[in-house]
Ligand binder design. Structure first.
Ligand code: ADP
Ligand code: ASP
Ligand code: MG
Length: 303
C-alpha cells in the first residue's frame, strides 16, 4: 500500500450533489490504496465570486443585493446537505455552522458599506467564507458516507505573511504546524478534510493565497507532510493542449513536463495555479490532474 496522498477538489468537483457523490467515491477508493489521505477543498463553484462581488458592492455603499446572495449561498449548501447527510443531528449542525458563516458575510458587508471601503484584509476575510463553508459540508457528507473524516481549517496550520490576497507561506512554521495538526488524525485512520486557498498570519488574521490558490494549498500540504502524490481533481480530463473552452478540439496530455506546465501556467492556463509546481517538484512529489466526472480517465501526470 502506498503511503500519503493529498487530493484537492476544485469548485465544480464539490459544486453539486452529483459532484459530491463522485468526490465521496474518489475518497473511498483512495482509502483502499493509500495509508494516509488528506483532502483539500475549494469553495463550491461560483461562491468565491459571489462573496467578492458582494464585498465590492458594499464598498460602494450598495447592500441591496445581499439578501439574494444570502439565499443563493444557503440554497446551494443546504440542498447538498439535505441530499447527502442522512444523520439528522450532523445535518442540522452542519447547516447551522454554514448559516453562521453566511451571517458573518452580511455583517462584514454592512461594516464595509459603513466604511465605504474594503481593505485587502477585509476582502480576504470575506473570500475565506467559501472554503470555510464547503469544508464543513464536505467533511460532513464524507463522514456520513461512513468514511472517518474530520474537517479542519487550514488557518490552523498554513502560516503566511500579511500580503493579503496573495499571501506567501512561511514554510518552516507551516511544516511544523501541518504535521502537528494532520498527523495525529491520520495516525488514527481519519481523513483530514481541509480548506484550500486560505491561511493565517502568525497573529491569526485570515489570508488568501490568490485566486485559484487551492491547487497551491494542496502542493504546500503535500510538500510539508511530505506526501508521495498530489492529485488535483477538476472538471476536465487533465491538462490539455489549449483551453478547451476556447478550442473544442483541445487534446488531453497524458504526461507533461515541468517546463511545459510552467509555461502553460505562466500564460494563464487556469487548470493549475502557477505556484503549484515548485513545491511539488522541489519535494520530489508526484502530481496528477484528473477529472472528477470521468473517473476511468487516467488524467495528466507531471513527469
Ligand atoms: P477547479 O475549480 O477544478 O480548480 P478551474 O476552473 O480553476 O477548475 O480550472 C479548470 C478549467 O481550466 C477547465 O475547465 C478549463 O476550462 C480551463 N483550462 C484552461 N486552460 C486549460 C488547459 N490547458 N488544460 C485544461 N484546462 C484548461
Ligand atoms: N475558491 C478560490 C477561488 O475561486 C480558490 C480556488 O478555487 O482554487 O479563487
Ligand atoms: Mg482552479
Amino acid at each position: 500500500m502506498s503511503k500519503t496522498l493529498v487530493m484537492k477538489f476544485g469548485g465544480t468537483s464539490v459544486g453539486s450533489v452529483d459532484a459530491l457523490k463522485n468526490a465521496i467515491q474518489i475518497i473511498r477508493d483512495a482509502k483502499k490504496d493509500w495509508e494516509r489521505v488528506v483532502v483539500v477543498t475549494s469553495a463550491m463553484s461560483g461562491v468565491t465570486n459571489l462573496l467578492l462581488d458582494s464585498a465590492a458592492s458594499a464598498s460602494h455603499g450598495k447592500v441591496d443585493s445581499l439578501p439574494a446572495a444570502e439565499s443563493s449561498l444557503r440554497e446551494k449548501h443546504f440542498a447538498a446537505a439535505d441530499a447527502l447527510i442522512k444523520d439528522e443531528s450532523l445535518r442540522e449542525q452542519t447547516k447551522s455552522e454554514i448559516n453562521a458563516l453566511i451571517f458573518s458575510l452580511v455583517d462584514l458587508c454592512k461594516a464595509i458599506a459603513v466604511l465605504g471601503e474594503a481593505s485587502p484584509r477585509a476582502m480576504d476575510t470575506v473570500a475565506s467564507l467559501g472554503e470555510r463553508m464547503s469544508v464543513r459540508l464536505l467533511a460532513a457528507v464524507v463522514h456520513d458516507a461512513g468514511i472517518p473524516a474530520h474537517g479542519i481549517e487550514s488557518t490552523e496550520f498554513i502560516v503566511t505573511n500579511a500580503n493579503f490576497q496573495n499571501a506567501h507561506p512561511d514554510f518552516n512554521v507551516t511544516t511544523e504546524k501541518t504535521r502537528g495538526k494532520l498527523n495525529p488524525l491520520m495516525d488514527k485512520g481519519i481523513v483530514p478534510i481541509t480548506t484550500g486557498f486560505i491561511g493565517a498570519t502568525p497573529e491569526g488574521a485570515i489570508t488568501t493565497l490568490g485566486r485559484g490558490g487551492s491547487d497551491y494549498s494542496a502542493a504546500i500540504i503535500g510538500a510539508v507532510l511530505p506526501a508521495n502524490d498530489v492529485w488535483i481533481w477538476t472538471d476536465v480530463d487533465g491538462v490539455m493542449t489549449t483551453d478547451p473552452r476556447i478550442a473544442p478540439d483541445a487534446q488531453t496530455l497524458p504526461e507533461i513536463s515541468y517546463g511545459e506546465i510552467a509555461e502553460l501556467a505562466y500564460y494563464g492556463a487556469k487548470v493549475l495555479h502557477s505556484k503549484t509546481i515548485r513545491p511539488v517538484v522541489e519535494a520530489g512529489i508526484g502530481l496528477r490532474i484528473c477529472n472528477t466526472f470521468n473517473l476511468s480517465h487516467p488524467g495528466t501526470r507531471l513527469i
